[in-house]
Ligand binder design. Structure first.
Ligand code: F6P
Ligand code: MN
Length: 327
């Protein structure tokens, strides 16, 4: 039985990377424990203030953010932290070689209804050791990530991780408190009949996305010639986990609901880490046309349209968008 510690010893080339991943996953155990207590831990409900995106913060969002921030600030390898819940990145240890970005509690509207939520993280290299990190140090394309992963707090707590060209999964054993390896080579099939989208935004989508979903709904009576099935967890971490387990397509597309926002999901701590996991498991991740991992960021909180999952389906969405741009 291989634990996360064994896995990192054997596979992480850089001890600093294993150390930072260990810090994040140890905090994950605490968050998992708080979620298990639920209402009894007095962590449900609004915290009464708004995050930088203008959304209400839940108590546990704040708690998860603070726990990660405190633990990483003490880690000598961590040069700085950027979080969905912080306006600006926080410098940590100037001599550290790594930057950590996270969404402390993805899908937080699920907390109060006892549904799945998760922590998403991305680790980037820090190039200015000896000096305090700043927002601009974090503005690196997703293809620079040294590691990425998520913790899904579902019926059990699962860690998905990539530190090389492989994606692995661990399950948190509630008895021993260890993360136990459950899949040492996660792979996504190229084809799928399952898709995830919040269809209530249909009227705000671009024409090629509307056409795509129309085709899926037409099923075997339409051009696709087969039926498709919808799933929507309302927490990206849950939808991506399903795709790593059994394939599928997930999209939060460009829409015109909020014209000043390019999409809903955040590039640096949602789209990039998930795209790295998906690509390394054999899938694809785009903004409908371009590879997400090649986007050069301009803001730590920037939003991006996301289409990810089974390769042939992601490519089909891209073809529709390219055809439409040329028509
Ligand atoms: O972090 C944003 C997020 O909560 C994602 O985890 C999830 O996929 C999406 O928003 C849910 O959006 P909606 O509220 O439109 O269903
Ligand atoms: Mn999120």
């Amino acid at each position: 039985m291989s634990t996360l510690a064994n896995y990192l010893d054997a596979h992480a080339k850089d001890p600093a990377l294993s150390n930072v991943i260990t810090t994040v996953t140890e905090v994950g155990k605490t968050i998992s424990g708080l979620l298990k207590k639920g209402a009894l831990a007095d962590i449900l409900g609004e915290a009464g203030n708004q995050n930088v995106q203008g959304e209400e913060q839940k108590k546990l969002d704040v708690l998860a953010n603070d726990l990660l921030l405190d633990a990483l600030a003490k880690n000598t390898h961590c040069a700085g932290v950027a979080s969905e819940e912080l306006d600006d990145a926080t410098p940590a240890n100037a001599d550290g070689s790594l930057l950590v970005l996270f969404d402390p509690l993805d899908g937080s509207s699920n907390i109060d209804i006892n549904m799945a939520v998760g922590t998403i993280f991305s680790i980037l290299p820090y190039e200015r050791q000896g000096q305090n990190s700043e927002n601009s140090d974090f503005l690196q394309a997703g293809n620079q990530q040294l590691a990425a992963g998520y913790l899904l707090y579902g019926t059990s707590t699962v860690l998905a991780l990539t530190i090389d060209d492989n994606v692995v999964m661990f399950s948190l054993d509630p008895d021993s408190g260890d993360y136990i390896l459950i899949n040492d080579h996660v792979q996504i099939a190229a084809d799928t009949s399952e898709y995830a989208i919040n269809a209530s935004n249909y009227r705000y989508w671009l024409a090629p996305m509307q056409q795509y979903i129309d085709e899926l709904i037409a099923g075997k009576t339409g051009v696709r010639g087969r039926d498709f099935n919808t799933r929507w967890v309302a927490a990206m971490v849950g939808d991506v986990h399903r795709i790593l387990c059994r394939g599928g397509l997930f999209t939060y597309p460009f829409d015109t609901k909020y014209p000043n926002k390019a999409g809903k999901l955040r590039l640096m701590y949602e789209a990039n880490p998930m795209s790295l996991l998906i690509e390394r498991a054999g899938g694809a991740a785009t903004d409908a046309i371009n590879r997400i991992l090649d986007i050069e960021p301009t803001d730590i909180h920037q939003r991006v349209p996301v289409v990810l999952g089974s390769k042939n389906e992601v490519n089909y969405v891209k073809d529709l968008h390219v055809q439409h741009a040329h028509s």
